[in-house]
Design a protein around this ligand. Structure first.
Ligand code: DGL
Length: 265
């Protein structure tokens, strides 16, 4: 009987759970270790050098401790910087999360797309390069949000988050005069894994309907492809949830659905 794979999913906080949810659907046999680097959250407020210096050795320690078969960096703010460093440093497969600019521009009808990410992600050379390579003639508006990731964390933790605060972060994504404007934004890339946590509210608060592009299903397909065929054994060790701050987690009921119903230890 083959051993089920261990998949380590890493983010600065709870946003990577939106990626985990899709991977659990694709590989329900696997053992999952979810790591939230909440001691350093939010990554969007740190410099590029600080993020590289933080994430590369930390992921090394996690590999040492959990021996994963594959690591997912479920964070755009980190992935747009650290993937080549990680691949150079550690001999195992890594999957990153970067803004889904190519599919968004391919599907936009009005040829106007917004990329909503952290301030760090929208500043990155990596993101600018994705636009120059894949905009396919679309007008792309970069929107760096200072607060949306923290608002998503607060909402998932059961705190009250005001509609006005979400709407204010969202407003710059909507270019045009309204739903009848043929040149209006019709597609928004969710370039931070925290934002799908707020998707229902984003839809409700948007000034007009748009397509929201969440790359999580594509990431899950990539993970499944790299791991190869599902073996005969299923994981019985459940799932683990680790906060780098070492805070005890009081979120289990809210977290369980992201782990496919398993209660993370
Ligand atoms: N979830 C992270 C991302 O995808 C960012 C949140 C943060 O600023 O730490 O970019």
């Amino acid at each position: 009987m083959s051993t089920p794979p261990t998949i380590l999913v890493f983010d600065s906080g709870l946003g990577g759970l939106t990626v985990l949810r899709e991977i659990v659907r694709a590989r329900s046999d696997a053992h999952f270790v979810y790591v939230a680097d909440d001691a350093y959250f939010p990554y969007g407020h740190h410099t590029e050098d600080e993020i590289i210096a933080r994430v590369v050795p930390l992921v090394g320690e996690l590999i040492e401790a959990h021996a994963p078969d594959l690591v997912v960096i479920a964070c755009n703010t980190a992935s747009t910087l650290v993937m080549s460093h990680l691949r150079d440093a550690y001999p195992l497969p890594f999957v990153g999360t970067v803004p889904a600019i190519k599919p968004a521009c391919a599907s936009s009808k009005t040829r106007r797309v917004s990329v909503l990410g952290t301030r760090g992600t929208v500043k990155r050379e990596y993101t600018r390069k994705l636009i120059s390579d894949f905009a396919q003639g679309c007008e792309v508006t970069l929107v760096g949000s200072g607060e949306l990731a923290s608002l998503a964390e607060a909402a998932l933790s059961g705190q009250t988050v005001r509609d006005e605060d979400i709407a204010a972060e969202l407003a710059p994504c909507f270019v045009g005069t309204g739903a009848g404007d043929p040149a209006r934004t019709d597609t928004v890339v969710l370039a931070c894994t925290h934002y799908p946590l707020l998707l229902e509210r984003l839809r409700r608060l948007a000034p007009w309907a748009v397509d929201w592009i969440d790359p999580a299903p594509a990431i899950a397909r990539r993970v499944a492809y790299l791991l190869g065929p599902v073996g005969t054994a299923s994981d019985t060790a459940g799932a683990e949830m680790i906060f780098t701050s070492k805070r005890p987690h009081t979120l289990s009921a809210a977290l369980t659905p992201f782990f496919g119903g398993r209660v993370p230890a």
